[in-house]
Design a protein around this ligand. Sequence first.
Ligand SMILES: *[C@@H]1O[C@H](CO)[C@@H](O)[C@H](O)[C@H]1NC(C)=O
Ligand SMILES: *[C@@H]1O[C@H](CO)[C@@H](O)[C@H](O)[C@H]1NC(C)=O
Ligand SMILES: *[C@@H]1O[C@H](CO)[C@@H](O)[C@H](O)[C@H]1NC(C)=O
Ligand SMILES: *[C@@H]1O[C@H](CO)[C@@H](O)[C@H](O)[C@H]1NC(C)=O
Ligand SMILES: *[C@@H]1O[C@H](CO)[C@@H](O)[C@H](O)[C@H]1NC(C)=O
Ligand SMILES: *[C@@H]1O[C@H](CO)[C@@H](O)[C@H](O)[C@H]1NC(C)=O
Ligand SMILES: *[C@@H]1O[C@H](CO)[C@@H](O)[C@H](O)[C@H]1NC(C)=O
Ligand SMILES: *[C@@H]1O[C@H](CO)[C@@H](O)[C@H](O)[C@H]1NC(C)=O
Ligand SMILES: *[C@@H]1O[C@H](CO)[C@@H](O)[C@H](O)[C@H]1NC(C)=O
Ligand SMILES: *[C@@H]1O[C@H](CO)[C@@H](O)[C@H](O)[C@H]1NC(C)=O
Ligand SMILES: *[C@@H]1O[C@H](CO)[C@@H](O)[C@H](O)[C@H]1NC(C)=O
Ligand SMILES: *[C@@H]1O[C@H](CO)[C@@H](O)[C@H](O)[C@H]1NC(C)=O
Length: 838
Amino acid sequence: MKKWPPLHLLPPLLLTFFSLFSISTCTDTLPLNSSLTSNETLVSSGGVFTLGFFPTGSNQYLGIWYTEMVQQTIVWVANRDNPIPDSTGVLSLSSTGSNLQLQITSSNKVLWSTSISSNLVNPVAQLLDAGNFVLKENNTNNTVWQSFDHPTDTVLPGLKIGFVSGQYRNLVSWSGSDDPSSSNYTFKVDLSGFPEFFLWNGLQRVYRNGPWNGVQFSGEPEMESDSTFTFDYVSDQNETYYTYYANDSSIMSRLVLNHSSIQRYVSSGSSWTLYWTIPRDQCDSYDQCGPYALCSTNTSNIPDCDCLTGFVPKSEKDWDLRDTSAGCIRRVGLNCTGDGFITISNAKLPDTTNATVDTTIGLEECRNRCLMNCSCTGYANSDILNGGSGCVIWAGQLADLRQFSSGGQNFYYRVAGSEVPVTSSTSTGTKKKKNSSAMIALTVVLGLIILASVAYLIRRKLRKNHANVSYLQRQRQISFDSVRPLAPARDKGLEDGSSTDHGHDLSLPLFHSSVIAAATNNFALANKLGEGGFGTVFKGELEGGEIVAVKRLAKFSTQGTDEFKNEVILIAKLQHVNLVRLLGCCIEGEERMLVYEFMENKSLDTFIFSKAKSSQLNWLKRFEILKGVARGVLYLHEDSRLRIIHRDLKASNVLLDENMNPKISDFGVARIFGGDEKKSYTNRVVGTYGYMSPEYAMDGVFSVKSDVFSFGVLLLEVINGKKNRGIFSVEPLLNLLSYSWTLWKDGKALELLDSSISGSSNDNLQIIRCVQVGLLCVQDRPEDRPHMSEAILMLNSPNANIPQPKQPGYFSDRVVSDMESSSSCTVFDTTVTIVEPR
Ligand SMILES: *[C@@H]1O[C@H](CO)[C@@H](O)[C@H](O)[C@H]1NC(C)=O
Ligand SMILES: *[C@@H]1O[C@H](CO)[C@@H](O)[C@H](O)[C@H]1NC(C)=O
Ligand SMILES: *[C@@H]1O[C@H](CO)[C@@H](O)[C@H](O)[C@H]1NC(C)=O
Ligand SMILES: *[C@@H]1O[C@H](CO)[C@@H](O)[C@H](O)[C@H]1NC(C)=O
Ligand SMILES: *[C@@H]1O[C@H](CO)[C@@H](O)[C@H](O)[C@H]1NC(C)=O
Ligand SMILES: *[C@@H]1O[C@H](CO)[C@@H](O)[C@H](O)[C@H]1NC(C)=O
Ligand SMILES: *[C@@H]1O[C@H](CO)[C@@H](O)[C@H](O)[C@H]1NC(C)=O
Ligand SMILES: *[C@@H]1O[C@H](CO)[C@@H](O)[C@H](O)[C@H]1NC(C)=O
Ligand SMILES: *[C@@H]1O[C@H](CO)[C@@H](O)[C@H](O)[C@H]1NC(C)=O
Ligand SMILES: *[C@@H]1O[C@H](CO)[C@@H](O)[C@H](O)[C@H]1NC(C)=O
Ligand SMILES: *[C@@H]1O[C@H](CO)[C@@H](O)[C@H](O)[C@H]1NC(C)=O
Ligand SMILES: *[C@@H]1O[C@H](CO)[C@@H](O)[C@H](O)[C@H]1NC(C)=O
């Protein structure tokens, strides 16, 4: 393009035809009753932009360009599709209708007008330094028209493209390098679904920018590292637009739709530098690989189409010939209930035209929502800032997916459960991730997969054991005095050497295995009471007729004999009214056994989860039990000589004596198996699904706060009388925690109370407080949960200032229990152990 001479230096021409004043040199304003002829220009006050007439071929156009650029760079054209055929064009601001008008004097034809219908008071037209030509009322500065509302092919800083004030603001490229007329290439937002900008060739989509993900357009990961510009994206029910600002005002920049490319140019002088351009490769061609395929380019710039994991080419033959338009199809059809997800990292999200967005929920709930809706094919965060938030859900085909080597975000697509890979969580190998949030997301996904496996195995195990009716029941019956002192020797059963070794200061009887074998009728199945994470419990009758519970520990403890003995002796010294008493132990070869007192009323679960017996525990009793359990846990955590994290607190581990006083069992056993409590990571996760805190189950991180979580679950179970793992509502699908939270949010906490017991209205405040404490205990983040001492304080004092709970962890456990996957897990009844490699 030819450089246009600074015409404002030429003598002005007075137009008598319109009897208007013609403006003279260097001004940025066109006042009322004045005009601009083709030999005149307006120059913005800082001199950055010039408005005037420019010729291409035999035509002239009214436009705005950079004043100083060596190569004239037109950023706006008024009459792009209505060229001035000669040089008689005049821009005028007349009082009639207060409009800016472009006319040709030769034929008195109006070629372009601002079409304002209202009459303005003292209107002026002004060219601003931003490159915006505005028509305003001079007295009020009220802008009634601006060229920024009518972009041609260029976005300048501050110009909003998209949909603003009920109008689309699109970019349409020039038809040729010297032809500003509208081409068929349009950059336009598609407001349906989750809004996205598309480059269109006529009605055909050529390129997709991807939805805005809070940082950048999903298809433009290079925007992220851009510190030169600040991007602004707004999308609400009224408008959706994108704009940007240059941080350094001395840098000029523009975004231009040049033929079929979107290019960003920057300049700090008199020539331009191409900053970036898109589409950048063939993978950017819309739907290059067809549905359900992933496009990735390598250095040779050849598009590499791969079916998503779990999918196969629809037509193998065409695919081999690189005709990928038909895309891929599922290898195994979806089965609404047994499906799982596969993650694609660094993804450009698939076409969101038919997607739905909910910015109010997080990833986990998003997943649930997707899993619950059989037509959902994938989901992702709508915003990747701060670890991710919001939810996009796809229904139907997944089109135009690509994977970047960096940037992008995690996308989760649905496949049949059997297609979920056991180890890998990404479909096309794990690429290097710079992004720490991607790493976190990956960890969470891995955690979910592991959890899912656990849940699935438990479910399978439970189903398998369904016939064995008494299997889950712990029939701990008491037949001997629970307050008897610990010390007296049971001569018959004592191991001679050891008794002198440890002498009277130990007070811990050691039993011969033969004695225990006799007491339990050689560990007869008939005497088996239950099985837990740490071993099997048998009922036994000692020679004197005393009935005891014998726990035969599983053999995965790595402790040596002395270590074990010391550990047990330490534990035996723990004495609290809310802990089951350890009476002795047996160590012989590989055999490790613990002998406990027997409890008459079995365990708490046999009451609260039983239709027949739940009414025996009224609210007051339940409240007392909860407080007792809390005191027991507090003793373990803080008051005993050892700091003990129970790690398997649950209703079946709370035993009840003849007065319904709760006593925690299995305490300290976690210590034997877990070793040093100061170490907060474990490779072996021991616990019961439904009671395990998220950080423990997923990452093996345990602390006193993991026990607090379990206590919270127990508390809510005791209030409600149903297991956490039960289903409380199908639509939406809720477990106890999410159900409690939903009721709490709606101010209906009292409805959580077990319907088989009727609390008197006096108890209402107490019940509500308990629900609140329960929810606090099951908060997702350990630091949001109270310490046991605080929990007790809150339970006990009606006037305590209790914080408001947030949404609990494991908002629903349905997600994971729905996913089929295998994993090397050892399952002991309802307690599970996962050995994870680290
Ligand atoms: C517009 O208002 C400014 C002051 O705000 C004044 O200096 C200028 O002369 C006015 N221009 C016209 C055309 O009225
Ligand atoms: C503009 O022109 C109209 C009629 O030609 C006249 O009535 C009006 O006073 C003029 N306004 C100014 C500000 O010159
Ligand atoms: C503009 O100026 C040129 C001389 O530079 C002159 O030939 C031409 O007639 C002028 N055009 C108009 C419309 O006044
Ligand atoms: C209009 O804007 C100009 C420049 O920003 C300012 O100087 C002037 O005071 C404003 N006038 C009114 C009426 O607001
Ligand atoms: C634009 O599209 C129309 C109709 O599809 C076609 O006739 C015309 O040739 C196209 N123009 C260009 C420059 O491709
Ligand atoms: C650019 O400006 C934004 C807001 O004005 C600021 O947050 C950001 O840090 C700036 N970036 C650089 C590199 O100066
Ligand atoms: C959308 O526009 C309506 C009417 O102008 C207004 O009431 C509403 O607040 C706007 N909504 C948003 C999110 O801006
Ligand atoms: C369009 O792109 C070509 C090459 O990519 C470049 O030479 C030309 O200057 C660009 N046009 C504009 C208006 O930026
Ligand atoms: C790039 O892709 C082509 C075609 O898929 C393949 O032949 C080539 O090996 C790839 N190169 C690299 C470096 O991955
Ligand atoms: C779907 O799941 C049900 C029950 O889990 C099973 O009976 C059925 O065979 C499954 N169908 C497919 C197509 O996998
Ligand atoms: C499932 O998703 C589809 C598509 O997004 C939607 O139309 C439908 O209402 C959803 N069904 C339910 C039960 O949410
Ligand atoms: C969105 O839905 C429309 C209408 O059902 C369909 O024609 C179109 O292909 C869908 N787009 C995508 C990307 O799935």
